[in-house]
Design a protein around this ligand. Structure first.
Ligand code: HEM
Length: 387
């Protein structure tokens, strides 16, 4: 079935679209009939100036300001930083240690995001911030009840603390004009201070803070769970792991010791890139994409009324047997021919004019490929390091 719809107890229709063609149309949104729609409680947690909650027109303006984060030069710096963190984390493992991949991956992705966004490396500060981010993430999945013991309330409190921390960091940056920092925050502050009356949109402090919080959340959990799924799939598919390892060893031979990955190195990892795509397809880390109908319209013959919620069901699309032969089989080689059968939702989305460019795809390709670049051996439910 392509679309399923039912009224909820709040008298608000929620429909799930599970056909690839309709998902493409809705994501590309050429006729402007749809907009992003996250529930109100999420806006309270990430802030109503966040990319996830901004209105259609406002979203475009903020996206314009944030686009450089996904530029080739930013991604180049990010790859090196990410690889450095992965190497450091793997270096701390001892043979026989019990490792919870999700925890390790979350620590790496959180640190990577904080470094990329605002060069934050101070351990106690990072630890406090990570605890607060965890409260906000938990609150996003909780029922929005505001009693001091509820997860939602704790999330709101944590958001307040995060905003104060970001305020302090921004004030300090402005006071010391630490121009040597080349991070995301610095770029936004420099833009903000540039004199002149050009038409370029400048982000307010609230927009900067809401979107830094959004980026940490958007980049941290998605990437960490994708890494975790990838490790699981590699453990279950030793032939894939061997092919991947051969590609990585070949690349390692060309690199000098202690050298970190570069953007150019990613081009030398075609198999790793397919492993990343196949892991994202099988795991559907973001299981559905919520949208709001801005006008009455029709999807696959079903009438959709203005104000209805339309959810793109990523899982059904990624496991559609009409698009993918043996959809439940982990087979990175299905992406050998990119033009055939590669209907990965993230690729449709990346190609869309209304959403971040293909570099958003590269940012997760970069982090996931970096994680696959190290000698991890998975035996059943055990992880071993091979030097
Ligand atoms: C494997 C890793 C990742 C996955 C699977 C992923 C997936 C997604 C998906 C599916 C969306 C679209 C949601 C929608 O349209 O409703 C999204 C949005 C977004 N992601 Fe990612 N993402 C990943 C990594 C990252 C990273 C590393 C960053 C930041 C550097 C990031 C920043 C964002 C932002 C800012 C948005 C909102 C874009 C907008 O509204 O214009 N993501 N991500």
């Amino acid at each position: 079935m392509g679309i399923a719809s039912r009224p909820t107890y709040l008298d608000c229709h929620r429909s799930f679209v599970s056909s690839t063609e309709s998902a493409k149309k809705i994501l590309n949104n050429e006729s402007g009939k749809f907009t992003k729609r996250y529930i109100k409680s999420i806006a309270e947690l990430v802030g109503d100036q966040s990319l996830l909650c901004a209105s259609h027109g406002h979203h475009k303006l903020i996206r314009g300001c944030l686009a450089f984060l996904f530029s080739a030069s930013s991604i180049s710096v990010f790859i090196k930083q990410f690889d450095e963190l992965v190497v450091k984390s793997l270096g701390s493992w001892q043979d026989g240690d019990k490792i919870v991949v999700l925890h390790q991956a979350t620590e790496i992705t959180f640190k990577a995001m904080c470094r990329m966004l605002m060069s934050l490396e101070n351990e106690p500060e990072l630890q406090m911030l990570q605890e607060d981010i965890t409260h906000v993430c938990e609150a996003m999945l909780a029922f929005p009840i505001r009693f001091p013991w509820t997860r939602f309330y704790k999330g709101l409190k944590a958001r307040k603390r995060i905003m104060s921390t970001l305020d302090l960091i921004m004030t300090e940056r402005r006071r010391c004009s630490q121009g040597n920092q080349k991070d995301f925050l610095q770029c936004l502050l420099v833009e903000d201070e540039k004199a002149g009356s050009d038409e370029t949109y400048r982000m307010t402090d609230t927009e900067i803070k809401d979107n830094i919080l959004t980026m940490i959340i958007a980049g941290q959990d998605t990437t960490a769970s994708a890494i975790t799924w990838m490790v699981k799939y590699l453990g279950e598919n030793q032939d894939v792991l061997e092919t991947l390892r051969a590609e990585q060893l070949h690349l390692a031979e060309k690199m000098s010791p202690g050298q970190f990955l570069t953007l150019e190195d990613l081009a030398e990892m075609p198999y790793a890139s397919k492993v990343v795509k196949e892991s994202l397809r099988m795991a559907s880390v973001v299981p559905w994409f919520p949208r709001l109908a801005l006008q009455d319209c029709e999807v696959e013959g079903f009438k959709i009324k203005k104000g209805w919620n339309i959810n793109l069901d990523a899982k059904s699309i990624h496991l559609d047997p009409n698009q993918y032969n043996e959809p439940n089989k982990f087979n990175p080689s299905r992406f050998n021919d990119d033009s055939k059968g590669a209907i990965l939702l993230l690729s449709i989305w990346d190609g869309s004019k209304n959403l971040p460019g293909s570099e958003h795809g590269e940012s997760h390709d970069a982090s996931l490929s970096s994680s696959s670049n190290h000698n991890i051996q998975v035996e059943g439910d055990r992880l071993r390091l091979k030097y």
